[in-house]
Design a protein around this ligand. Sequence first.
Ligand code: SF4
Length: 743
Amino acid sequence: MLDDIDLSDPGIVVKKSCCYFCHQNCGVLAYVKDGDVLAIEGDPEHPTNQGGLCCRGNIALKHLNHPARINKPLRRVGERGSNQWEEIPWEQAIDEIAERLSRIKEEFGAEALATAGGTLRTDDWARRRFMNLFGSPNGFHNALLCWIPTFMVETAISGWSPFETDLGNSRVLVLWGQNPGASGMPGMRGITDLKKLGLKVICIDPRYTETAAHADLWLPLRPGSDSALALAWLNVIIHEGLYDAAFVENWCVGFTELAEHVAQYTPEWAAPLTWLDPELIRESARMYATTKPGNIQWGTSVDQIGKAAGATMHARALLRAITGNLDCPGGDLMTGPSLDFVTDEEMEANEWLSEEQKAKQIGSDRYKLTTWPGYGRIAEIAKATWGKAPTAEWMCEAHAPSVFRAILTSDPYPVKALIVSATNPVNSYGNSLEVLEALKAVDFLVTCEYWMTSSALMSDYVLPIAGALERPIIHNTYGCSDSLIASQRAIQPKFERRTDFTFWHDLGHRLGQTEMWPWENEEEAYYYMLYPLGYDISSYDDFVERYRFHFPPMEYYKYGEAGFATASRRIELYSSVLEELGYPPLPTYVGPPENEIDDPEVAEKFPLVLTTGGGFMPYHHSEQFQIKELRFLKAEPYMEINPKTAESLGIAEGDWVWIETLRGRIRQKAGLTNGIHERVVFTQRGWWYPERSALGSDPFGVLESNANVLTSTSDEHCDPIGGSWANRGLLCRVYKDTEGGTR
Ligand code: SF4
């Protein structure tokens, strides 16, 4: 693309922007002239991608200038879902939205407003700030499927989630349900480089993935049975004496209780539950415990196994602790909050939300760790340690499925308004049919979007939102790392697009929050956040241009001075936080949400095990399906099925097949592969057909191939600790589509 422009043109300026088509936030150099971006390339000086961009990153200009983008505020004029709109000015839209929200608050209380967010790309502290000042505790993301419960369980046990890696010094890497070979280009490159230097890799995944192909040991476990494997590893490591006795003695509490508790969880006990050979379980546990130092990297899969999620995270957190692989060279590092810059949590104005309103957060009576009861306790301990707490946005949110049900049932109270930002809930949240009904039913719906989606279609207002090249971005791991990477906007938003920050800021002004929004734009707010770092900078852009990153020196054994940020200042193998909240203080086996042992009648009708939710190139969640250069790479949805299973069902490669669960059915094409167990099928996520009609019962074909028609959000399938719903480990059946797609 650079070949097409004259780089000697003095009118061209180079901006340090980034890509946010996935969480890697690779650095991008944008070549700008006269307020438009002429070309982009990967930033060779960026620590994440060092100049590389994947196929998604390379289409940034197609995304910026796509003819289907929404570029003006739209107000609904026809029936809901009829796709009839009129364009109105932003100021009028904000006035009308503010007026409607005021009336809803007056009649039903502030908690009657909920907000739904998407993947990390917006100014989420600004959204939280608005909601706190408005008085509603009911913001949420689909974050319970992606790291947030993991962070909270690990923080409850160890004082902070050990999400920072020191892979260059590691000798063994456990990839637990993670496939960077398909989901993250920079991560996979680092792993393959280090393997050449002797790094051992253990891959836990039901599928023989791009990443499993590089592993020393591959554990193809039954989807959703992860807690059995983690408990069996604890059993082997403790009862073979492979744990770090000195670290356990000096820095852990509850080891005796743990050792007694896991005696029951032998590899032979775990084998029929996980479908793994007991000797493979032993060999892998030994490899992790004795190849020091070691690292267990997080992947989304455990967050997505529903009711077994919390127990698995708990057991996995203890594996790191008893092997002494925490906060040491080559281990899993715990940063704690930044003490050097203003954190997202400090921008959120959580202190402005009253205790009375916090108590109304939907789901906080059941899913206590990731809502105000658990977050409040963890924040209290963190503040006693550092004077700062993890971000509340993400870590402390309403339970999304319960909010959608509250819209439909008014239980526990009516939810009358929903603001949707950076997500297509029908596609991305669990149980799509229920979500679509909720969006049709809610009294007042506002969506901030790039495109007309099946969710935006149901809205009263659709507002045009600026993309990555049109906004500054700070990347700081959901506000929970002590480092940050900053990027600048390449250009001001095109057409009438605005950033999410501007939306929340302007809405806040209309609703009496003016004094609480002292920043006119993101650059002013970010400068305020960075100022305490003490760099000789005059503005946010100045920081990006001259420094771009803030990485404090890597420090090991930080717990040596004040201990870990727990009530006992030790790692709590026996968890006081979980016990206080009414959960088992030691990890206990929980089976997959639906399984052949506990649900034999369901298994008779639905004999196969479904796994879904994994990332695959070139898409990210439900994005980029309308970019033809990417759609060309994967034009149709494919599920994976073992050839023997397919043959027994009369299915050939490329046949359209139905995949059905108790919730509904979808169709995808059959992809036959020996890299999947004969009893397991994998479906791609995210599918919709933006090229199809918006009208009818299946707008843009969002129900036809969308894996979330199959997933379960019922309380019985959700993790009681953190509220994760079930994308994986469900029971299904597969059969050939002989009806040509008729639902
Ligand atoms: S989509 Fe690709 S280029 Fe963009 S941040 Fe992710 S890995 Fe980097």
